[in-house]
Design a binder for this molecule. Sequence first.
Ligand code: HEM
Length: 425
Amino acid sequence: MSHTASPLDLHDPSLPGRLHRAFDDLRRQEPVHAIADGRWLLTRYDDVAEFLKDRTRCSTDIHAVRGYDELRPFGAGSDLERVQEGLLINLPDAEHRRVRGAFTRPFTRASVESSLTRFVEGLVDDLFGALPDDGVVDWVAAVARPMPAQVFQFLFALPEAQLEWLLELLHQDTVAIDVLLSPDLVSPADLAVATAAFLDLRREIDRLANERHGGDGEDLLTFLLEQYDAGVLTWDDVLTQAMEALAAGTSTTSTLLTGMVEGFATHPEQWELLRADRSLIRPAVEEALRWVSPALSMGRVATVDFELHGVTIRAGDVIQCGVLPANRDPAVFDDPHAFDITRSSRPRPDGKKGAPGQAGAAHVAFGGGTHTCLGAHVARLEARIVLERLVERYARLELEPGAAVLHPTLLIRTYASMPLRLRST
Ligand code: HEM
């Protein structure tokens, strides 16, 4: 498979460190960039927002990728293939409506806030109980990694003893996620580890589902099994949706919780603003989502031939909607690399209409259209409660040298660690 060397050489290990600059260059000079043969990256906000929703020129049906049926990259007839093809993000419209419709109720804002607020508050109190008033902690290990995992443990009533093991499986799985972007980005050894992790995870969820089927628990796995009993979901759907929620919601939320704190630590005047005005907590979470954009890009498949900015895209090509570069587009967000919790009250610099109910544009960190993130309110709730407790307790947040080691995948950003100095005065 061919690939370009510049400015976005996906094989260059220095890329994560200069990612924003590379995206800035592409957005200006080459807004439809060839990542590889038949694989395009969009970096302008308006293009990304449009293509995330577009149903006339593209779809999410993985089978529409040119050559997919001959290639069968996840192994013809394998469990891994069944999982990949059943993921909401890869389903064609009609199937997507059926499966998503069956799983939406527990994720509305009202359901999430009523079912999770007390648990998340208690969890934050526990995790914060181990933090010093003044001192250095690894924020990832202390809060950002365990928190989303424990929320999932609660939501799916997962056995406590398994949590670390499940997290490790999810991590191994994430390492190979770039394979979806271009198969030559991941070594066969990493791919084998990720595949084994995926299958281990599936086996374990299958075991739990069998154990729980017919029971009257209030967890999400039982909820999915009720949809199976009602004939709405297949057994595969149940396992796949449980896995998708776990995989889509843990490292992304962990990255949000870390990047949000990095934003405040590198923009101390914003921390002062928040300390002076707690009504900025919700806008601050939205700004963190924009600034961090834990999911870097989302794929769509062209279903017809068309032109975009002078480039011909052919049916079967993969279009990566660059969520991170879109969220840093200066045409839409003034001074876009600055972390600014008041920006939603300012209009778009290019004079176009803002998002409903706000002067500026809405970020696309949760994607858009019918595939908009199912767990958005879970992530928002966790970030909001962490921020409330953090601002109550700490006067200053400072990054220690060597902070924020980013795991270099191009689809999902993860922090390996982030040493943080907390100061209560
Ligand atoms: C900060 C945290 C999160 C971010 C940044 C994020 C981001 C995204 C994005 C960009 C998409 C794709 C939307 C599209 O293709 O248009 C997505 C889809 C999805 N997310 Fe999240 N997500 C987060 C947390 C969660 C959580 C906590 C869950 C747990 C339930 C979750 C479950 C899902 C699912 C199931 C989908 C597929 C939806 C569909 O295709 O219909 N996500 N997410």
